[in-house]
Ligand binder design. Structure first.
Ligand code: TPP
Ligand code: MG
Length: 616
């Protein structure tokens, strides 16, 4: 072995903090077990890092790697050779797929996983997806290596290539700081397990969300005695969860609900907890509450419930006297809403302050930070104890009065989906109704259809908790990675990703299908090709309905020129990575193509269905 430093010393790391560096008699080789002073087993910090992930129950590392990860790669290889189980590594050619995949897995399991990205470059690529998971309130641990801070070979892992000099900005964490609950640059290998336990506690505490840890290359290569590395049991160092509320507030909520003539409930992500769906449905039946979802992120209420009133809350506001805001960030768009001030609002939310929204803008009369499932059960218990025959009759009559509007909505849906559209311009409603006819309630629909998202919700009926995923954040391209993560966690369920052509470009689809192929994770992707960005066009029309852009039909939204011979073969991107590929431009060819795609997916191969819908 090569003798190097023989005295303890202090090094200034790029974060400006001075850290003691372990005394080294011999230059340690990353990952190689050596004998310490007392004959203890010694390992690299990377080894203890992996142990810390195992202690946290992390099952997967979604990884996009670089020079910063050498000690981790070495340790994983050593663990493999020793037959030691470590979190499974899923290599993702693009970071947004890695992060969204971790998000899908967390959505299905509630368990945050690890994502490895490369220094500032990987953090920047991952950031858009981290922003999305932050808005979904999904746990994930993003780990970025840091370029080495030693320049002359002083320590194992010291700078040995050009890029180490250009990948060391002043403040890497600033890239993701608005979207993480906690960030830390690992100052020394000695605290790696404790830092991981802290990261795990933050990501899983209510409201959950992403955390970010930076791992300097030399720090991962440090060697420490095993005896210096206690474990941090998540049962003792874990997260903090919200629960129910005191009886006085439960009673007050029950009193207001039972006195109401037209109570309504608006919700978007209550269904993250399946128990909350059942509690809401039962409370709605007990009190005669009409429920609307706006931009729902999870399935919050069965569409078969007589209390379900669709996806537009605005008509409900016209009559409502009491409104429940249950786990919702944006219950409606304020500028279009009437009578908001006349309604008595009760808010129950895992994050009622909306502490990461600089502005929010909704009045509330009772504000409760709690778990909706628990509080709704608490309120239901009081309602059931207080309800008499007269009250039950009043509620039953009220619910019966809604059947007319439910029937009318069903007729409107049937009429819309009966129109198949034209060659090269299929009706989106017809497409979704065709999918609806063959999907089961066990399948999960991931909706990134953007301007067609409301039609997906209307025409693809969902009745069971955890069978629907909508858009939470503002970053397009989430649904490919998320579909993979959902499928990885639930191989027995079909995952159907529905995405606009614009969104498909953002999702790094080549990376999605590369991962689908390499790790045999078959998802169905439906690409809605309307020629570009309807959402951008519509936003101009809303603000400048009679403007020059409208007059000249010039919205900067077309992603095709219309020139002869131009190609937009979205499904070929899947085909390039072994997916089954279909293109449909003829309405009558749709049903058979859908069947072939589902057969492929059920047979273990991903499928892409490119459908030309009504152009924007
Ligand atoms: C990463 C990212 N870039 C840009 C946008 C702005 N944006 C919002 S919707 C949209 C167009 C989406 O097009 P598509 O997926 O085809 O859906 P359509 O609007 O056609 O329904 C764009 C560009 C965004 N939300 N996220
Ligand atoms: Mg489009």
């Amino acid at each position: 072995m090569q003798p190097v430093l023989s005295v303890a010393w202090s090094a200034a790391t790029p974060d400006g903090i001075r850290h003691s560096v372990v005394e080294q008699k011999e230059k340690p080789k990353a990952g190689k077990e050596t004998q310490g002073i007392k004959g203890m087993s010694r390992h690299s910090a990377a080894h203890y890092f992996l142990e810390g992930l195992v202690d946290l129950g992390v099952e997967y590392i979604f990884a996009n790697l670089g020079t910063d990860h050498v000690s981790l790669i070495e340790e994983i290889a050593r663990w493999d050779r020793e037959g030691r189980k470590h979190p499974e590594v899923i290599l993702c050619p693009h970071e947004i797929v890695a992060v969204h995949m971790a998000g899908g897995y967390a959505l299905a399991t509630g368990k945050g996983q690890a994502v490895f990205v490369h220094v500032d470059a990987g953090t920047a690529n991952a950031c858009m997806a981290i922003q999305n998971l932050f808005r979904y309130r999904l746990p994930v641990m993003l780990f970025a290596g840091r370029a080495p801070y030693t320049l002359h070979g002083e320590l194992t892992g010291s700078r040995d290539t050009y890029v180490h000099f250009v990948q060391d900005p002043f403040d890497i964490a600033s890239i993701v700081r608005p979207y993480v609950k906690w960030e830390y640059s690992l100052p020394s290998g000695i605290v790696v397990k404790e830092a991981l336990a802290r990261a795990g506690a933050f990501m899983h505490s209510d409201p959950p969300g992403p955390v970010y840890m930076m791992l300097p290359r030399e720090t991962l290569a440090e060697e420490w005695d095993a005896a210096q590395m206690p474990t941090y049991n998540p049962a003792r160092y874990g997260g903090v969860a919200v629960g129910g509320i005191d009886q006085a507030r439960v009673d007050a909520i029950a009193t207001r609900l039972m006195a109401a003539e037209n109570p309504i409930a608006l919700t978007a992500y209550l269904g993250r907890n399946a128990d909350a769906v059942s509690a809401l449905e039962r409370l709605a039946l007990a009190c005669g509450i009409r429920i609307a979802e706006f931009n729902s992120i999870d399935l919050n209420v069965s569409q078969d419930s007589p209390c379900f009133a669709g996806f537009d809350p605005l008509p409900l506001l016209e009559q409502a006297d009491v409104g429940l805001l249950l786990d919702t960030d944006v219950p409606f768009v304020p500028q279009y809403a009437k009578r908001v001030e006349a309604i008595d609002w009760i808010q129950i939310d895992i994050d009622p302050l909306k502490s990461d929204f600089p502005m929010w803008g909704f009045p509330t009369d009772i504000r409760v930070q709690a778990d909706c499932a628990t509080v709704l059960e608490q309120v239901l218990k009081v309602v059931e104890a207080r309800a008499d025959d007269l009250y039950r009759k009043r509620v039953a009559d009220r619910i019966a009065g809604w059947s007319g509007s439910r029937d009318a909505a069903a007729r409107r849906r049937a009429a819309a989906s009966a129109n198949k559209g034209l060659p090269g311009a299929l009706s989106a409603a017809y497409l979704f109704a065709t999918l609806n006819a063959v999907l089961s309630q066990d399948d999960i629909v991931v909706n990134e259809a953007i301007r067609n998202a409301p039609l997906v919700q209307e025409h693809i009926r969902r009745t069971r908790p955890r069978s629907y995923v909508g858009l939470a954040g503002g970053g397009l391209g989430f649904s490919g990675g998320m579909a993979l993560g959902l499928k990885l966690a639930q191989p027995e369920r079909r995952i159907v990703q529905i995405i606009g052509d614009g969104g498909f470009h953002f999702s790094s689809p080549d990376s999605v299908f590369a991962v689908a192929q390499q790790y045999q994770i078959p998802i169905l992707t439906v690409v809605l090709d309307n020629g570009g960005w309807q959402a951008v066009k519509s936003s101009v029309q809303r603000v400048y309905p009679k403007g020059i852009a409208a007059e000249t039909n010039s919205f900067q939204s077309q992603l095709r020129s219309g020139r002869q011979g131009e190609q937009r073969n979205f499904s070929d991107i899947g085909r390039a990575f072994g997916a089954h590929a279909e293109f449909v431009g003829e309405p009558d060819e749709l049903a058979a193509a859908v069947d072939r795609c589902l057969a492929a997916v059920d047979g273990g191969v991903a499928a892409v269905l490119h459908v030309q819908i009504t152009p924007l």
